[in-house]
Write a protein that binds this ligand. Structure first.
Ligand code: SF4
Length: 342
């Protein structure tokens, strides 16, 4: 395995935590983070305190695909593989997701797109509620049973280290985020956050993956297995409101049925997918040949997709929680009926 760059951020005292909780998105940065973090946990003799978490976005995240007779794993499976590859037993890797009451009194997944439809507006830079709603609060809730038990045993607040694969190179606001900080303190828990690969460059991450013990997500390539990193530059929600225009266009081509469902939310609620682009226009642009070659197209025709569609449409039949006048934003004016400029 390649060595990490020498400019890696310094390691906190891992032995001072009761729970070490890496959060795996299943993307390429997660794998690198897990390698660096687990080496530190093993060196510190505290690998047995690790429980890894993947906050699943369900149908919205990149699914597994079969291409040329080979099955390429989806994001959730990759997160589990990343955890196992660096020594975490399968029963200490937890996939968690936001849920809502189901028809028979059980819980069922509550998709982020349903939440967007119910709220009435898409997440924005100044209000990225999707991260909290679909990821941070879901993992934090998953800690509660452990916190309740350990607090009783220890007689003090439980110390948790949340470990994430965020890097400065990804987006400008990540540069300002410290590599280590305390994010929550109350009578039950003290949560610190550590970004061990914050200073890794994108080139270093790709180089590391050339000889990594886990595959990276197929969506990073032009076609699954190509190894050219010419697909989407990021990998979480297939259609991320913070992604680059190229990424969104490629994702639309790879998941046209999912893109149509986002467009339905956009049309009914009147808020554009992004402040500057409507997904409706991006879809039209992609259909007119303005998107990169998808390489592979996801059918999105399974029962989970049907359930998502029903759930989203049910949310759209109700009044939005956000005042429509406050929520409503339209994309930039179109040129010849299209907001997209290549
Ligand atoms: S991938 Fe994008 S849209 Fe999805 S939760 Fe993360 S920031 Fe929000």
């Amino acid at each position: 395995m390649p060595s990490p760059p020498t400019h890696s951020s310094s390691t906190p005292d891992l032995a001072s935590y009761d729970l070490l909780a890496p959060q795996l998105s299943g993307g390429n940065d997660s794998a690198v983070m897990m390698a660096v973090f687990m080496e530190a946990a093993s060196t510190g003799g505290v690998a047995d305190r690790v429980i890894s978490y993947h906050s699943s976005l369900g149908v919205l995240e990149w699914p597994p695909v079969v291409f040329d007779g080979i099955c390429y794993p989806g994001v959730s499976e990759l997160a589990a593989l990343q955890s196992a590859a660096f020594g975490v037993p399968a029963d200490r890797h937890l996939e968690v997701t936001r849920t809502m009451p189901g028809p028979d009194g059980t819980r069922m997944p509550h998709s982020l797109l349903t939440e967007i439809a119910a709220y009435g507006r898409f997440p924005r830079m100044g209000s990225p509620y999707c991260r909290k709603s679909a990821k941070e609060s879901v993992v934090s809730a998953a800690w509660t049973p452990i916190v309740d038990r350990l607090k009783r045993e220890l007689g003090r607040p439980v110390r948790i280290l949340k470990v994430m694969g965020l890097r400065s190179d990804e987006v400008p606001d990540r540069k300002k985020r410290p590599a280590f900080r305390t994010v929550q303190v109350n009578g039950a828990r003290v949560v610190d956050e550590w970004l061990p690969v914050k200073d890794w460059s994108t080139a270093a991450v790709k180089e590391w993956h050339a000889d990594a013990p886990v595959p990276y997500a197929w969506t990073y390539d032009s076609v699954p297995g190509a190894g050219d990193w010419s697909g989407t530059s990021r990998c979480s929600c297939s259609l991320c409101v913070f992604a680059s225009k190229r990424d969104v266009l490629l994702s639309i081509s790879r998941r046209p049925r999912l893109a149509d469902l986002y467009a339905e939310v956009e049309r009914v609620r009147g808020d554009s997918f992004r402040a500057d682009w409507r997904i409706t226009d991006l879809i039209r642009h992609a259909e007119q040949g303005g998107a990169p070659d998808p390489g592979v197209v996801c059918p999105d025709d399974g029962p989970e997709f049907t359930a998502l569609t029903k759930q989203v449409r049910a949310a759209l039949e109700k009044e939005p929680r956000k005042e429509p006048e406050l929520a409503r934003r339209v994309g930039r004016p179109l040129c010849d009926g299209c907001t997209v400029h290549s």
